[in-house]
Design a protein around this ligand. Structure first.
Ligand SMILES: Nc1ncnc2c1ncn2[C@@H]1O[C@H](COP(=O)(O)OP(=O)(O)OP(=O)(O)O)[C@@H](O)[C@H]1O
Ligand SMILES: [Mg+2]
Length: 198
């Protein structure tokens, strides 16, 4: 029952092994964990604001991992490392690197050929990235920040407005977000684009 609710709200259950990766022994409640993760992520945001990244640098497996480590590396030992077990969401763990390479190649192609408007490229990238589900946790937050980095550093445009909502509560905003992702799974990217607005 508890698990069903968690899945509906878009959370990936952590295996016992992954819980052992908690670096801060003082954390005992979910609220404390949220707070520490949020603090870590805020530092990562500051890092992305003061650093200029090039397109060739951003669209790499290396950068994908570095950003995740910057976001959660003070809290979790597995930050920045791809998962090595299966999830309800995401590709088979063994396929993460190949699927990611194909996404990065496609995205470079979209950019070079103006296949879609800039916002749509960032959102299509975000949708496919979170569907690969590279990491044990933090994939939603990481994919949203990647989309923002693409907007800012590759297209020199404003970031999306979702940064104003942390989307960690199972509220209406979160529901709209998950519904938009499901709609994107069916091939309609429009709702997710509207949701993301910049
Ligand atoms: N059907 C779905 N239900 C829930 N989440 C989904 C679904 N499809 C895709 N997702 C994505 O999976 C993410 C959750 O994965 P994960 O727990 O690894 O990320 P997170 O950063 O911890 O989550 P959050 O979005 O709460 O910040 C969601 O943010 C969403 O982007
Ligand atoms: Mg999560």
């Amino acid at each position: 029952m508890g698990l069903e609710i968690a899945l509906e709200d878009g959370q990936t259950p952590l295996s016992e092994e992954e819980k052992e990766g908690l670096l801060l022994r003082t954390i005992t409640t979910h609220a404390e964990l949220d707070e520490h993760e949020q603090l870590n992520i805020e530092k990562a945001v500051e890092w992305t604001i003061k650093t200029k990244f090039r397109k060739e640098q951003i669209l790499t497996e290396k950068f994908i991992k570095i950003l995740h480590k910057k976001m959660l590396g003070e809290v979790w030992s597995w930050a920045g490392e791809f998962r090595r077990s299966e999830r309800n969401l995401g590709v088979k763990w063994i396929l993460i690197s190949v699927e990611l390479k194909s996404l990065l190649d496609d995205t470079r192609f979209w950019i070079d050929n103006n296949t879609y408007p800039t916002k749509e490229i960032a959102i299509r990238f975000k949708h496919r990235l979170v569907n690969i589900h590279c990491f044990p946790n933090g994939n939603g937050r990481h994919s949203r920040m990647m989309a923002d980095i693409i907007m800012e550093n590759i297209f020199s445009e404003n970031i999306f407005s979702w940064s104003q909502s942390k989307m960690n509560r199972p509220d209406q905003t979160r529901k709209n977000y998950i519904n938009a992702l499901k709609e994107a799974d069916r091939g309609n990217i429009r709702d997710l684009l509207d949701f993301a607005r910049n």
